[in-house]
Design a protein around this ligand. Structure first.
Ligand SMILES: Cc1cc2nc3c(=O)[nH]c(=O)nc-3n(C[C@H](O)[C@H](O)[C@H](O)COP(=O)(O)OP(=O)(O)OC[C@H]3O[C@@H](n4cnc5c(N)ncnc54)[C@H](O)[C@@H]3O)c2cc1C
Length: 428
């Protein structure tokens, strides 16, 4: 079945929810798509053991006039429409305007032992736990970088895990300087204080990172590099993530320009969130990592822009710019220690979907050649994990996004009107 909306919003996280609510309030017929079973995105992911947060309840309750299309995965772009896969088949959704609000994912970096069962992303374990994965009584090490470590540890603790320690790779000086700046964002100060309260008694170490995980069938100990030397610490689970990377693949398939200022590109938008593609806007973490507040403000701005309410969008610019500065602060103070890029050796698996080691990629000049010869990046994650990690390691820049955006059923692929030729994605 095909449907058409005045405004279609891709992604039902805080940015997409605000965009859909705003566009609908401005009188548009709005569709809001998300692959997940419930709206909320990463930060408001449904927690089986906890009542929804007040802001989340409010955001979701305000969708009365929006067509909420959950369990709809956008698989590809087809003649200026989005092909989505649903539990029952596929649909083609077309639009007057499109808002990209596809958020961000975790950056995982390979190190010896990182593919052992029991080693996950920090946000990944948080998400699993919210969905009912049992962690009660488990000894968990949380490691990596950025405020997500605290949010993840707090969720795990609420579900009964014993947090052995939080190991932040940024130095104590860098984190202290970050904390001093937080006073410019009072809501952030309150959020950070609340998290520290929920984590009372949990040791928080700085300048420390996981360098090797040990175990036969399952992780049982982790070597941590600290400013005082290497320590081996026993655990049942290791949750490790190095911050976030914007999801730009849908934007790339739509032909939107990306901003390549850092290692990981983000969707390029003008101050009023217009992308380089006609009638396509982008909001939230797909435009650069900045957190919840910026996602909500930009979502509202994009909702106004997509319905022709330019002055209303302009009125939100000062708040948006202030929140974007928080993203810059994060990037500056949680910059990655270069040693993290040297943890993987030639025998370390980089592409866990296809079992490809770092050493197996040595002879290839670019990602495409490596992919053709080794299948690196051709598995279920479609290079989201390994491609991003290899870019961070300085091996291959990430510059392509082939369909399907998510693993899709054969029947979905067979039903596509056309499949873009390989040439269109050369280099991906
Ligand atoms: C794993 C993880 C956990 C996090 N936990 C926290 C936390 O506890 N606290 C906190 O303050 N911040 C957390 N963050 C940061 C969080 O990303 C932001 O605070 C905020 O959620 C960003 O909002 P957003 O709307 O831009 O994107 P998101 O919340 O990421 O929402 C994007 C949505 O787009 C959907 N989507 C993407 N591609 C497609 C597609 N092809 N088809 C259909 N749907 C698609 C996704 O399913 C998702 O629901 C977390 C981030 C990650 C990656």
């Amino acid at each position: 079945m095909n449907k058409r909306y005045d405004v279609l919003v891709a992604g039902a996280g805080p940015a997409g929810l605000a965009a859909a609510r705003t566009a609908a309030a401005n009188g548009a017929r709005v569709g809001l798509i998300d692959a997940q079973p419930q709206p909320g995105g990463q930060v408001w992911r449904h927690d089986v053991r906890a009542a929804p947060h007040r802001a989340e309840r409010k955001a979701i309750a305000s969708l009365r006039h929006v067509d909420v299309l959950t369990q709809h995965s956008i698989v590809t772009v087809e003649s200026s429409s989005l092909r989505v896969e649903t539990p029952d088949g596929t649909q083609l959704l077309s639009y007057g305007s499109l808002i990209i609000a596809t958020g961000a994912r975790e950056l995982l970096l390979p190190f010896p032992g990182w593919t052992l069962p029991g080693v996950t992303g920090a946000g990944g374990l948080q998400a699993l736990t919210k969905q009912g994965w049992p962690v009660a009584g488990k000894r968990v090490i949380v490691a990596g970088s950025g405020p997500l470590l605290l949010a993840s540890a707090a969720t795990l603790r609420k579900h009964g895990a014993k947090i052995v320690g939080i190991y932040e790779q940024a130095s104590a000086d860098a984190v202290r300087a970050f904390a001093m700046q937080l006073r410019h964002w009072p809501a952030r100060t309150a959020q950070a204080a609340a998290l520290r309260l929920r984590l009372a008694g949990v040791p928080y170490h700085f300048g420390s990172f996981a360098c090797e995980a040990h175990g036969e069938e399952h992780v049982r100990a982790v070597d941590i590099e600290t400013p005082h030397g290497r320590q081996s610490i026993d655990c049942d689970l290791l949750a490790v993530g190095y911050g976030l990377v914007p999801n730009t693949e849908l934007a790339q398939q739509l032909g939107c320009s990306l901003d390549y200022r850092g290692v990981h590109p983000f969707v390029h938008v003008d101050p009023l969130l217009r992308t380089s593609a006609s009638a396509v806007y982008a909001a939230g973490e797909s435009c650069g990592v900045g957190g919840l507040a910026v996602a909500q403000i930009e979502g509202a701005m994009a909702g106004h822009m997509a319905t022709g309410q330019t002055s209303a969008a302009q009125a939100l610019l000062p708040r948006r710019d202030c929140e974007r500065r928080f993203g810059d602060l994060l990037a500056r103070h949680f910059a990655l220690d270069p040693r993290l890029r040297t943890l993987a050796d030639a025998s370390t698996t980089v592409c866990r979907c296809e079992d490809v080691t770092l050493g197996a990629l040595d002879d290839f000049a670019d990602a495409r050649a490596a992919k053709l010869a080794t299948r690196c990046g051709m598995g279920a994650c479609q290079g989201r994990i390994c491609g991003t990690a290899l870019a961070e390691l300085g091996r291959f820049p990430r510059n392509g996004a082939r369909p399907p955006l998510f693993p899709a059923r054969l029947a979905t692929l067979a039903g596509l009107a056309s499949f873009p030729s390989d040439d269109a994605y050369r280099g991906s």
